[in-house]
Design a protein around this ligand. Structure first.
Ligand code: NAD
Length: 509
C-alpha cells in the first residue's frame, strides 16, 4: 500500500492521514485520532484525524473562497467535464489499491470490492459528459416576451457519508456536485475515512483546483452539526441511518436549504413460482448476503409463493450453508465479517429476538468460529429465519447484518400487501417470468428502486432514492445534476416601449 503525500507514521504498512483541506493534507486542531482496524482480524490499518468544529468551519470557509474565486464555478462546463474525465482516468489506475484498502477497512470480500470499484470511474465520465448539457429552457409567456431558464451551481455543498461503500457513496454524490460547479466539504464515516481522503489527493493531482474538494474526518455528532449550521452551506446530502437523517433533515429545514436523504431500508424480494428455482435461490443469496447484508437495499424480506415456499427455503439453506467465510482479502472468500463489535452485538440481539418471538431459525444464528488470525473477527454465520410474521422485530427493523426473513404468500395481492406493509420504501425486487405480472406488481410497490429478475444493480444514469422513512431526493442521472443546481427564470420584454402604468391610460392588460 502506498500512502500518498500525507503524514505517515509507525509501521510502513499503516496509513495515518490528516484532514484534506485546500488541496493538501492538513493537521487537525486537535491531536485526537480515530484508529481504523480490520474487522476480520482486529489488526491496525491506520488512523484518521478527529477534526473539530473549528476544522469544519475552516474547511467550509476555504470551500466558500474557492467557490467565490470562480476557478471552478465559472469554468466552462466543457472544461469541468475534461477534469472530471481526468479524475476518472486517474481513479482507474489506482483501483486495485483502493479495492484492497476498502476490503481491509470494511471486511467486505475483495471480489465484491473489486467489482464495485471497477464501475466508479463511470460516474466521472457520465457526469463529465452531461455537465455541458445542463441547458435551460425557453418557455411560453403570453405577450411580447422571451422567457427562459438557466442553471447555476448552489455554492458550497456538504456530503455526509456512511461506511458500507466508502468510495461508491462518496463519489456518486461528488461527481454530480462537481459537474454542476459546486465546491464541496465531505464528512465521511468515522469508521471508513481512508479511501475518501486518498481519493481527494488523487483528484487534486488530476487537476481539480485547490479548495474545491475538502474532507473533514471525525465524529458525526461533533462536526456534523457544525457542517449543517455553517452559514455558507447551500445543500446537505446524507447517506446514513434514518435517525441521523431526521437530525440532518431537521437542520436543513431550519436553514431552509435543500437536502437529499439516502436512508435505511428493508427491501422486499417477491418470488413467484414461475421463476426457475435455481435462479430464485441464486438471486436471493445475492440480494441478501452481499456485504454480509450491510447495504441499504439488501434483500431482507423474502416473500415467496406458497407453492414453492418449502423447496425455496430448503435450497436457499443449502446454498448459504456452503458459503466460504474467511479472510476477505482472499479471492476465494464468499462472506466476510460485519463492520464492528457493535454491529455484531446488534445483529446477535436481533437473532435472539427472532427466536424468542417465534420465527423458525433454519440456518445460522451463531458466531462463526474461524482459525487465527480471524479469531477476533466479527464473523456471523449467514442466518435465515422462515415463517416470520409482519410484526416480528426482525421484519420491522433494519438489522444491517447477514440475517434474512422468509414468509409465504398466497396470491399477488397478498404479496403486495406484505411487501408494502413497511415504513421503508427504498429497494425491492420482483422475480417472475410473467412480464405482465412483473410490471403490474412493480407499479404498486412502494419502493424507489425496483429490479425485475435482478437485485443491487446500479449505474450513474439510473436514479436512486427512497420513499417514506428511506428519505427523499435522488442520486444519479439528470436528477442529481439538477438537485445540485439552481434554476432561475428570466422574463425579457421584447416590446420596444414600456407602457406608463400611471400615465392615465387604460391600455395595459
Ligand atoms: P450513520 O447514520 O451512523 O452515519 C452516517 C453518517 O452520518 C456518518 O458520516 C456519521 O458520522 C454522520 N453523522 C452521525 N450523526 C450526525 C449528526 N448529528 N450530524 C451530521 N452527521 C452525522 O450510518 P452508518 O452506520 O454509517 O450507515 C448505515 C446506514 O446507512 C444504514 O441505515 C443504511 O441503510 C444507510 N445507507 C443508505 C443508503 C441509501 O442509498 N439509501 C446507502 C448506504 C447506506
Amino acid at each position: 500500500m502506498t500512502a500518498t503525500p500525507s503524514r505517515t507514521a509507525g509501521n510502513a504498512e499503516e496509513i495515518h492521514l490528516d484532514l484534506y483541506i485546500g488541496g493538501a493534507f492538513r493537521e487537525a486542531s486537535s491531536s485526537n485520532r480515530t484508529e481504523i482496524r480490520n474487522p476480520a482480524t482486529g489488526a491496525l490499518i491506520g488512523s484518521a484525524a478527529k477534526g473539530t468544529r473549528e476544522d469544519m468551519l475552516a474547511a467550509v470557509d476555504i470551500a466558500a473562497k474557492a467557490f467565490d474565486s470562480g476557478a471552478w464555478s465559472n469554468l466552462d462546463a466543457l472544461d469541468r467535464g475534461h477534469i472530471l474525465h481526468a479524475i476518472g482516468d486517474a481513479l482507474k489506475t489506482r483501483l486495485p489499491e483502493f479495492a484492497e484498502l476498502e476490503t481491509r477497512v470494511t471486511g467486505r470480500p475483495i471480489r465484491e470490492m473489486t467489482a464495485q470499484l471497477s464501475r466508479l470511474p463511470e460516474w466521472f465520465y457520465y457526469f463529465g459528459g452531461i455537465a455541458r448539457g445542463l441547458e435551460g429552457h425557453v418557455k411560453p409567456f403570453k405577450g411580447e416576451y422571451l422567457n427562459y431558464t438557466q442553471f447555476s451551481p448552489l455554492g458550497v455543498v456538504g456530503l455526509i457519508t456512511s461506511w458500507n461503500h466508502p468510495l461508491l457513496i462518496f463519489l456518486k454524490k461528488l461527481a454530480p456536485a462537481l459537474a454542476a460547479g459546486n465546491t464541496v466539504v465531505v464528512k465521511p464515516s468515522e469508521i471508513a475515512p481512508l479511501t475518501p481522503l486518498l481519493f481527494a489527493d488523487l483528484a487534486t493531482h488530476a487537476g481539480l483546483p485547490p479548495g474545491v474538494l475538502n474532507i473533514v474526518t471525525g465524529e458525526g455528532s461533533q462536526i456534523g452539526p457544525a457542517m449543517c449550521a455553517a452559514p455558507r452551506m447551500a445543500k446537505l446530502d446524507l447517506t446514513g441511518g434514518t435517525d441521523t437523517g431526521r437530525r440532518v433533515a431537521g437542520m436543513a429545514a431550519e436553514r431552509l436549504i435543500p437536502a437529499t436523504m439516502e436512508l435505511g431500508g428493508k427491501a422486499p424480494v417477491l418470488v413467484f413460482d414461475d421463476t426457475p428455482l435455481d435462479e430464485a435461490v441464486n438471486g436471493a443469496a445475492f440480494a441478501g448476503f452481499i456485504a454480509s447484508g450491510q447495504t441499504c437495499v439488501a434483500g431482507t424480506r423474502f416473500i415467496v409463493q406458497q407453492t414453492i415456499y418449502d423447496a425455496f427455503v430448503e435450497k436457499l439453506v443449502a446454498k448459504v450453508a456452503a458459503f466460504r467465510l474467511g479472510d476477505p482479502i482472499e479471492r476465494t472468500t464468499d462472506m466476510g465479517p460485519v463492520i464492528s463489535r457493535k454491529q455484531m452485538e446488534t445483529t446477535l440481539e436481533y437473532i435472539e429476538s427472532g427466536k424468542s418471538e417465534g420465527a423458525r431459525l433454519v440456518t445460522g444464528g451463531e458466531l462463526a468460529n474461524l482459525p487465527a488470525p480471524l479469531t477476533d473477527g466479527y464473523f456471523i454465520q449467514p442466518t435465515i429465519f422462515a415463517d416470520v410474521t409482519p410484526n416480528h422485530r426482525i421484519v420491522r427493523e433494519e438489522i444491517f447484518g447477514p440475517v434474512i426473513c422468509v414468509m409465504p404468500f398466497t396470491d399477488e395481492q397478498h404479496a403486495l400487501q406484505l411487501a408494502n406493509d413497511h415504513e421503508f420504501g427504498l429497494g425491492a425486487s420482483v422475480w417472475t417470468r410473467d412480464v405482465t405480472r412483473a410490471h403490474r406488481v412493480v407499479k404498486k410497490l412502494n419502493a424507489g428502486i425496483v429490479w425485475i429478475n435482478d437485485h443491487h444493480k446500479n449505474d450513474p444514469a439510473s436514479i436512486w432514492g427512497g420513499f417514506g422513512s428511506s428519505g427523499y431526493g435522488k442520486e444519479n442521472g439528470w436528477n442529481a445534476l439538477h438537485e445540485y443546481s439552481k434554476e432561475q427564470n428570466v422574463v425579457v420584454r421584447l416590446a420596444p416601449d414600456f407602457p406608463d402604468w400611471y400615465g392615465g391610460s387604460d391600455r395595459y392588460s
